[in-house]
Ligand binder design. Structure first.
Ligand code: BYC
Ligand code: FE
Ligand code: FE
Length: 474
């Protein structure tokens, strides 16, 4: 496995200097990327010194180095996991054949679309989060935000490398377009819904990194099984970075829950809000909202695209090699609850067409484990409230349940009933205004905003009081 070359303008472990054309093309894209970062990256903090980790090797365990970096100087690069010798296509119609090092002609368009869709989410999330530094509840949270942001930037590099290296002029055009679309823009929006939603407050940030980044975990996991080996190796390494994003989200929500519970107990009327906290019931609404938006990201329950991706050996199931014995997914069925004529009925769907649903189910199982830990935290805080995930039919905009109305328990209801009850389930304008009113920047090292509990520990062995972000004007 090639060590990471940090001497090059573009750090990499793919021997970029042996392919001058590719190197030049990427070096041409690099200033455009930096322009985008300076324009759309974290607002007001580009000059700050941030205590960040940078990948130094893709070997398990020893891959990160920590130190102060100004974000525009971050060494974004191209890091692939080591190649597995004699790797075979693990699933689909080509199972058992040697993996592809170059894109098979017949799959060029679909593969490009998958890579572009994956790529598009990375800069989108940076755009969504660009104002959050200005209201960070503590320096350690601010640093975590920026760590996530620079790594999402690196994920964009990971995908742009594939586009440049394997898709010729089309790939270079796609790479340029990735810097031209903008989250939430009416004319040139990002591709997937959740990445056009505003991310105006930190409760949203924590829900986003917990639920939406977790879609990243599952999609990258499915692509790590790919028969297109460069994609597989890229996704493997991205997954190791992703774990931290999920940690930030899960522990962030837990800290807001704990603090909400603590403040409710302090208040004579049990009202967290009267003490400047966020009540657990309000946090539930944010969770409900982002869970629903995030499960939309798996696409339709019944999808011929998904069947084609699987058949072609491009996108597998979660842990396809490790957890499955049978890799054709033919002559098998998935039972699904489908709306038909205003009612829900059961239907058996060919397994290949149900691959989006299979991946979503793996995701939901993972989120249930997270919710269990949040509820343990609430139990420890000795309050009665508990968090629940809504049913997978609730508040969907993609797939077979889109444009129908369901309760969080999954019961189909009329539009009238939905309208009458939705304010109890999803954040209202007043809820959002209240949470927004709590967002104020706290920059004294170790100090937390009142609405969030302190984290258990600091970063890389440093105390919570460490100065994780330093102003250039001290
Ligand atoms: N919003 O058969 P269907 C991450 C479109 S997150 C808008 O249902 P398919 C990250 C779909 O494109 C991981 N449009 O779905 C997280 C299609 O359009 P066309 C991102 C949607 O194709 C946080 C049509 O609806 N990675 O890394 O089977 C921070 C019908 O398609 C949505 C990937 O997504 C939606 N939610 O599956 C930073 C992996 N859902 O073609 C980063 C790559 C569907 O008719 N992408 N549509 O115009 C894929 O594998 C697939 O494109 C999808 C959709 C799973 C997304
Ligand atoms: Fe990412
Ligand atoms: Fe992420």
């Amino acid at each position: 496995m090639a060590e990471i070359d940090y001497q090059s303008r573009i750090p990499n472990n793919v021997n970029l200097d042996t392919d001058k054309r590719l190197q030049r093309a990427l070096e041409k894209w690099q200033p455009a990327y930096l322009d985008w970062w300076n324009q759309m990256g974290p607002e007001s903090f580009q000059e700050h010194d941030v205590y960040l980790r940078t990948a130094v090797s893709t070997e398990p365990g020893g891959w990160a180095q920590f130190g102060y970096v100004k974000m525009p100087d971050y060494r974004w690069g191209i890091f692939l996991d080591a190649a597995e010798p004699d790797r075979r296509i693990p699933f689909g119609d080509h199972a058992g054949e040697p993996v592809w090092q170059e894109v098979p002609g017949e799959y060029r368009n679909v593969l490009r679309r998958i890579i572009v869709t994956q790529a598009d989410t990375e800069p989108a999330s940076v755009e969504q989060q660009r104002w959050l530094g200005m209201t960070a509840p503590s320096l350690i949270d601010m640093r975590n935000l920026f760590q996530v942001n620079v790594e999402e930037g690196r994920h964009l590099w990971a995908m742009v490398y594939l586009l440049h290296a394997h898709f010729g002029k089309d790939g270079r055009d796609e790479a340029d377009d990735l810097l031209a679309r903008r989250s939430g823009d009416a004319d040139k929006p990002r591709i997937l819904d959740a990445f056009n939603q505003p991310c105006p407050d930190w409760l949203t940030f924590f829900c986003f990194t917990c639920f939406t980044d977790r879609d990243g975990k599952y999609q990258l996991g499915a692509l790590a099984e790919s028969g297109f080996d460069p994609l597989s190796r890229t996704c493997h390494f991205m997954l190791t970075e992703e774990a931290h994003h999920l940690f930030v989200g899960e522990t962030g929500v837990e800290r807001v829950l704990r603090r909400g519970a603590q403040l409710a107990k302090l208040d004579p009327n049990g009202d967290a809000r009267a003490q400047g906290g966020i009540p657990v019931a309000m946090i539930q609404k944010w969770i409900t909202y982002w869970f629903s938006y995030s499960i939309d990201l798996f696409g339709s329950e019944i999808s011929s695209n998904a069947a084609d991706f699987f058949a072609a050996g491009l996108k597998g199931r979660w842990a396809e090699v490790k957890d499955h014995q049978e890799h054709s997914a033919l002559n098998q069925w998935q039972r699904m609850i489908v709306p038909e004529g205003g009612r829900l009925t059961e239907k058996d769907v060919p397994l290949r067409n149900a691959m989006n649903e299979v991946l979503r189910a793996a995701y939901i199982k993972d989120t249930e484990r997270v919710v269990k830990r949040w509820n343990q935290a609430l139990e420890e805080e000795a309050v009665e409230d508990r968090i629940r995930l809504p049913n997978n039919r609730f508040f969907r905009r993609q797939g077979i349940y889109a444009n129908l109305h369901f309760t969080p328990e999954g019961e189909m209801i009329s539009a009238e009933e939905w309208n009458a009850r939705v304010d109890g389930w999803l954040p209202t304008a007043a809820d959002r205004a209240y949470v927004a009113s709590l967002m104020h920047k706290v920059t004294e090292p170790g100090k937390m905003a009142n609405w969030i509990a302190a984290p258990r520990r600091g970063i890389h062995g440093n105390p919570v009081e460490f100065e994780y972000v330093r102003s250039p004007h001290r």
